[in-house]
Design a protein around this ligand. Structure first.
Ligand code: PLP
Length: 906
């Protein structure tokens, strides 16, 4: 990578207005970091005498309906080059978005100017995934100025309601306009959505923060279900353009791959500066997404990089007439940011993936360093100005890259550089599962990033020296703790270990998980560093999107009940505790239940639409049908298979009762109405997960068409689960399932979303379910199953065939084996039963199945025969869900890991 810093003049460089002309040079220098000889260029860019004119025409935000109408029509007629005669919903969406974006950009400029002037410590959140979903509704809710009286002067209107009314007057329905927006689905699941919730909260909390990620041309694939099988289709989300992004073609950062390391002085140690002579060179172009916060004019930036060819061209090829080949070669640069890898909790060791990681780390660090250098501070102050959070190990190369820049380019002594690196970075671990831990072959590194490999070896060498000093003559410890895994046929780089050694703090994402990493995968590091390097920050979710936006009716009911007309509870969730006063209030319970029923109807409508207009759910009985929902990535550890086995058990039990002559009314007493709703994507190469999807769909076919059971059970698989579907599904749940094998789900975040929307949970003692139980009370959650401490022993028992399969599970597996759900191919699901019966039941379905069924029975009991108790549990849960606001997470990170302070707007 070339070290010449790109001299862009983007908004974060030019700042505050000088108060008097003779102060300009010094102030400009302080604010921009330009050298004196460069200042002239800046100052002459806009001559002083012209500035008054600029100020006179300063662009203003629209404040009221009149202003919005004006902006909207302006953009329809000029930006879109359309008119009153051909403005459809899509054009209305685009024009609304650009108009809203105008307001955001004005505040965004002010935010960046303020930050340049105050120069506080900034946070950089590096995440390979940002699962943002739609932006417009979120922006309307977040940017809402304080609610104002409407034209009649009576009702309070926030920006969203004002725009809604305006659009109505202009001939559109806000709902239709919002529905035009494609999801920004640049993530797989929980990890990517966490990053999205975090940048919302960082902005809301006025933390000076930037997100850095990749602008994938294709986000997570769209899922189609054909004959019950998952089919992946490309998600070309930029098809209709993207009105939220700002292309910064003036910010282009060269990134290098391959090549060799040059040491002019010959045999110097690798810890001396060296020169990396790169082979392939590509450019990283910045695309900026303004991130609004709730009730603040702070607007932060999400910067995503796109790869493009350099403008250099290969003279040698050109001269030999190989023009076409030379162009093709260049074109390949763009493949780096073409596609998001569609794996959740699984590390696929592909070269292109490593290229993505380095491309993104190098460009982001370069950008961060450029910003730091403008302040002309010494390098020793870098960690006082910059905190970099690594979302999982994906950005661990940034650790190595910073060390390289400091040693090779800035010529800092190794130890001094390493001290800066260590104080700058912190690492969030997201899993203890082996298959998800990144390990890269040394051979791949030596080709792609030869200088980085040397630096990693040196980091490891110094680290192992220290370990040796503390624990002499312990070669087993050394090989266990080494960043390099010596394993046949080739050595691997353990990225998690590198991230730990390169960071000053390591955190897990829920208490149980943070304890587990200390006692299992990272136990040697706890021995060496002591426990204080390891900490916990339990995940959270933004209540703006997951309560206000997803569930406006519940939000309204809450704000009325707790007398908070300005929705301040969305900032201070402790206000929700007041809801507990109404938990027993029958009238309130009924209003609460009505909101839930309306949300269930909306979900039934969505399901009907997805099913070609055919209703699956019995509308007559919606209120006394339990909506039992499991939506999340499909994974054996998340145990959707156990859920569908439970459905099969219920179906078989109902059939048995009917065969024994029971009436349908009698059967309904024992097995009341229930819809089991599933959704989620499988990684395209994950055979077992795809088979689980097929089984769910096959069971749905049989059960839904069996008239004998008279609608007592329905099974629905909602295709293409994503953020905007989640916003409809989650508010409609009576019960949601978070039933991972204990010790496997690091936190889970959809569990929090469901509770925040007044649904109850059936769950294992895993991830954040533990803290959810502590916060909302154990009477308000249905826990079951073995604890994580038992897992090892249970697996051992399976291995030595000391486990008994419960009869209920035998019955279910027999039915599947009989071909009940796959008459054409009775062996279709063989791998699923084999994994339990013959391959050690790694996910312990047989150990938890009986208690799962018993707990489901209890759920039925309370939902159908103690409905008032049920609703009371829901109300009490929401009253105590405040802890799971991502605002609380960000406060914890800011205080205990980043050491940053908010910078509030004036
Ligand atoms: C919240 C969320 C997830 C994470 O769900 P878990 O159940 O915590 O794994 C995944 N996908 C989407 C679209 C989400 O909104």
């Amino acid at each position: 990578m070339s070290h010449s810093l790109s001299t862009s003049t983007t908004n974060d460089m030019i700042t505050e207005e000088p108060s008097s002309p003779n102060k300009i040079p010094r102030l400009t220098r302080r604010l921009t970091g330009f050298l004196p000889q460069e200042i002239k260029a800046i100052d002459t860019m806009i001559p002083l005498q012209s500035r008054a004119l600029w100020n006179k025409h300063k662009v203003q935000k629209f404040e009221d309906a009149e202003g919005f109408d004006d902006r909207f029509i302006h953009h329809v007629e000029t930006t879109l080059a359309r008119s009153l005669y051909n403005c459809d919903d899509l054009a209305a969406y685009e024009s609304t978005s650009i108009s809203v974006r105008d307001n955001l950009v004005i505040d965004w400029n002010k935010t960046q100017q303020r930050l340049t002037a105050r120069d506080p410590k900034r946070v950089y959140y590096l995440s390979l995934e940002f699962l943002m979903g739609r932006a417009l509704d979120n922006a309307l809710i977040n940017m809402g100025s304080e609610p104002k009286p409407n034209s009649n002067g009576d009702e309070l209107l926030g920006t969203r309601d004002m725009v809604k009314d305006s659009l109505n007057d202009l001939g559109f329905r806000l709902e239709d306009v919002l529905a035009q927006e494609p999801d920004a689905a640049l993530g797989n699941g929980g990890l990517g959505r966490l990053a999205a919730c975090f940048i919302d909260s960082m902005t809301t909390e006025n933390i000076p923060a930037w997100g850095y990620g990749l602008r994938y041309e294709y986000g997570i694939f769209a899922q189609k279900i054909i004959d019950g099988y998952q089919i992946e289709t490309p998600d070309y989300w930029l098809n209709i353009g993207n009105r939220w992004e700002i292309e910064r073609h003036e910010i282009q950062i060269p990134v290098t791959f391959y090549g060799y390391v040059d040491r002019p002085d010959g045999d110097t140690p690798t810890t001396d500066p060296a020169q990396w002579i790169g082979g392939e060179r590509v450019l990283a172009v910045a695309y900026d997404f303004p991130v609004p916060g709730y009730k603040t004019t702070t607007v932060n930036n999400l910067r995503l990089w796109k790869a493009k060819p350099t403008t250099e061209f290969d003279f040698a090829k050109f001269n030999t007439g190989d023009y076409k080949n030379s162009v093709d070669q260049q074109q390949r640069a763009e493949s780096i940011t073409a596609c998001l890898y569609p794996n959740d909790n699984f590390a696929e060791g592909k070269e292109l993936r490593l290229k993505q990681q380095y491309f993104w780390c190098a460009a982001s660090l370069h950008d961060i360093i450029r910003r730091f250098k403008k302040t002309q501070r010494p390098w020793s102050e870098f960690p006082d100005q910059v905190a970099i959070q690594l979302n999982d190990t994906h950005p661990t190369l940034a650790v190595v890259e910073l060390q390289r820049v400091l040693v090779d380019l800035e010529k800092l002594p190794w130890a001094e550089a390493w001290d800066i690196v260590n104080k700058t970075f912190a690492y969030t671990n997201h899993t203890v599962m082996q298959e998800a831990l990144e390990k890269w072959p040394v051979s791949l590194f030596s080709r792609l990033l030869p200088r980085h490999l040397e630096i990693i070896y040196d980091i490891n060498w110094f680290f192992l020296q220290e370990v040796e000093k503390k624990f002499p003559d312990n070669s087993e410890l050394l090989s266990r703790i080494s960043i390099i895994e010596e394993v046949y046929p080739e050595r691997l780089i353990r990225m998690a270990f590198l991230a730990i050694v390169g960071s000053h703090k390591v955190n897990g994402v829920a208490e149980l998980h943070s304890e587990l990493i200390k006692t299992t995968i990272f136990s040697d590091f706890v021995k060496f560093y002591g426990p204080s390097k390891f900490t916990n920050v339990t995940n959270g979710i933004t209540p703006r999107r997951w309560l206000k936006q997803a569930n406006p009716e519940l939000s309204k009911l809450i704000s009325e009940a707790i007398n908070d007309p300005k929705d301040d509870f969305l900032l201070d969730m402790t206000k929700l505790t007041k809801l507990a006063e109404f938990a027993d209030d029958h009238g309130f319970q009924q209003r609460w239940n009505k909101v839930k029923e309306d949300n269930k109807i909306k979900l039934a409508d969505l399901i009907k639409n997805l099913n070609n207009g055919e209703d699956i759910i019995d509308r007559e009985h919606i209120n006394n049908t339990l909506f039992d929902i499991q939506v999340k990535r499909i994974h054996e550890y998340k145990r959707q298979q156990m859920n569908i086995f439970g459905v099969i058990y219920r179906y078989l039990a109902i059939k048995n009762l009917l065969e024994q002559g029971a009436s349908i009314e009698e059967v309904e007493k024992k097995f009341p109405r229930k819809v089991s709703i599933f959704g989620g994507k499988s990684a395209p190469g994950y055979y077992m997960a795809k088979l689980i999807i097929k089984l769910i769909n096959s069971v749905a076919d049989v059960v839904n068409s069996d008239v004998a059971i008279a609608d007592l059970i329905k099974v629905v698989f909602i295709p293409d689960y994503n953020v905007s579907k989640a916003e409809i599904i989650i508010p409609a749940s009576d019960l949601s399932e978070h039933i991972s094998t204990a010790g496997t789900e690091a936190s889970g975040t959809s569990n929090m979303k469901f509770v925040m929307n007044g649904g109850l949970i059936i769950g294992t003692v895993d991830g954040a379910n533990v803290e959810i139980t502590r916060e909302i009370g154990e009477d308000n959650i249905f826990l079951f199953g073995n604890l994580s401490e038992k897992v090892e022993e249970l697996r051992y028992n399976h291995k030595y065939r000391k486990s008994e399969m419960p009869s209920e599970l035998k019955m279910v597996l027999n039915a599947i084996e009989s071909g009940l759900f796959s008459p054409e191919n009775p062996n279709e699901f063989k791998p699923l039963w084999d994994s339990i019966k013959h391959h050690g039941d790694y996910y312990l379905v047989s150990d938890d199945f009986a208690s799962y069924l018993a707990t489901q029975e209890l759920v039925d009991q309370v939902f159908h025969y103690e409905k008032s108790e049920w609703i009371k549990k829901c109300i009490l849960s929401v009253a105590n869900v405040g802890f799971f606001s991502s605002d609380r997470c960000i406060e914890e990170y800011a205080e205990t890991i980043w050491n940053v302070e908010p910078v509030k707007p004036e």
